[in-house]
Design a protein around this ligand. Structure first.
Ligand code: SAM
Length: 296
């Protein structure tokens, strides 16, 4: 059938409409494409930016193995902050379960939670005996109380009020809440995917929490951001240019008709690139490591 065949077939138009309707309904938290992509690139079940000891390492010299090692480093830094080894730990937004896997090896009692269906299926079939909850943190109900709650690069997905209320509800009164995530420094900036640090600090006061540990780890995560940016700039963008130009020369009519689609792709690229621009990240965000306890 010619490439244009479906365009002139009314039955295909009806099917296309139905297909579009079904596929536009998907809930990002239950099937997050970006996270799925990273889980295929990195092999150690972790979906965060990692922690590099050497903050001056050049992106061109970083290997995927070094990124994975930095991620394990980051996870171990979190585990070091767990002081209660008797009561269960809840890993909120557990991703592919890499952190939980390390905690289990240290004989900690762990439960994990994620709204993402792929992640939960992966965890249930790979980590036998690990208690998992397939829901958003906001909707989590639990009879038992946790000694430690961890949000490793997952607080940004949850409204601050919901997160603080739920932490109060499910934690022991002397529990520890470990939050490692990036925060925005101001309202400006193309990428809005993080809480404002100012708002987070206000909520700490409002809900009566104190920081018992606080570290700015922006420079330690920056090598991974620079690494991602390098691949984006030096491989993905040239390949995209190659593909579009190839289309222009080989099927000029299709290139002409898909102008709007290509413009949409270019706009998306500008936005995604801004999120992994190291200079912009430093200007607009701080990656923070917090350990919180309740003021008593
Ligand atoms: C960037 S990943 C981090 C994964 C993991 N914590 C890690 O460090 O490898 C963000 C995680 O937050 C989860 N998430 C998104 N929205 C959430 C919500 N409302 N409640 C709990 N987790 C959520 C995602 O499904 C994902 O597992």
């Amino acid at each position: 059938m010619s490439i244009l065949g479906p365009f002139f077939n009314p039955v295909e138009w009806v099917k296309a409409h139905k297909f579009n309707k079904e596929n536009s309904k998907f809930d990002k938290s239950s099937y997050d494409l970006e996270l799925y992509l990273y889980s295929k690139i990195l092999n150690n079940n972790m979906l965060h930016w990692g922690y590099f000891e050497d903050t001056n390492v050049l992106p061109e010299t970083i290997s995927l193995k070094q990124v994975e090692d930095a991620q394990v480093n980051y996870a171990n830094n979190i585990i070091e902050q767990i002081t209660d080894t008797q009561n269960p730990v809840l890993d909120v937004g557990c991703g592919m379960g890499g952190l939980a896997q390390l905690m289990l090896k240290k004989k900690l009692k762990v439960e994990v939670l994620t709204p993402n269906k792929n992640q939960i299926q992966y965890i249930n079939s790979n980590f036998e005996g690990l208690v998992s909850h397939n829901c958003k943190f906001e909707q989590f109900e639990s009879e038992q109380k946790f000694g430690t709650v961890i949000n490793s690069e997952s607080l940004q997905y949850i409204s601050l009020d919901d997160a603080f209320k739920k932490a109060d509800e499910i934690m022991l009164s002397n529990g520890r809440w470990i939050i490692v995530d990036y925060f925005r420094l101001n309202e400006t900036g193309i990428n809005k995917s993080a809480h404002l640090l100012k708002n987070f600090n206000e909520k700490l006061e409002e809900y009566n929490w104190k920081k018992v540990y606080e570290k700015d780890i922006t420079l330690n995560v920056l090598p991974t951001i620079a690494f991602a940016n390098m691949y984006y700039t030096r491989i993905l963008l040239p390949v995209k240019h190659y593909a579009f130009e190839k289309l222009r020369f080989k099927k000029g009519w299709l290139f002409y008709l898909t102008k709007n689609l290509r413009e949409t792709i270019d706009k998306k690229i500008v936005k995604e690139k801004a999120a992994i621009d190291p200079a912009q990240f430093v200007n607009e965000k701080k990656y923070m490591f917090f350990v919180l306890e309740k003021n008593i």
